[in-house]
Design a protein around this ligand. Structure first.
Ligand code: 5GP
Ligand code: ZN
Length: 112
């Protein structure tokens, strides 16, 4: 846990979120500023800053998060979706607690 981390506060329930999933390792909740009809974040409960901070010890956790993406997307009514992990300031990361964006719904997403 990191005292001033917004996602750690969401994990602890100190900041409210629109939660869609929780288990011992992971929490998932809707993004506060959705960029598509459905846009949620899958977040490890463990405070890990970014993908750069991950090592072999996080392998199972990363696999679990990725496998949750299609399951939760389906539950949210998505037939297809995009996943995104912003890493570091150059990668557009704003919240330095590892998270996977899952978004989709409505029109097909533009190619990037
Ligand atoms: P990134 O760090 O990958 O750029 O994106 C962080 C994401 O977290 C943004 O899409 C932003 O809208 C979302 N976000 C930031 N603060 C909160 C919050 O307090 N609650 C929720 N639900 N989402 C947040
Ligand atoms: Zn954190």
């Amino acid at each position: 846990m990191s005292a001033d981390c917004i996602f750690c506060k969401i994990v602890k329930g100190e900041i409210p979120s629109k939660k869609i999933y929780e288990d011992d390792d992971v929490i998932a909740f809707h993004d506060i500023h959705p960029i598509t009809k459905v846009h949620f974040l899958i977040v490890p409960k463990l405070h890990v800053e970014s993908l750069i901070s991950c090592n072999a010890q996080h392998q199972a956790l990363l696999g679990k998060i990725l496998l949750l993406a299609p399951q939760l997307a389906k539950e949210q009514g998505l037939k297809g979706f995009r996943t995104m992990i912003n890493t570091g300031r150059e990668g557009g990361q704003e919240v330095f607690h590892l998270h996977v964006h899952v978004f989709g719904g409505g029109e097909s997403l533009p190619r990037i």
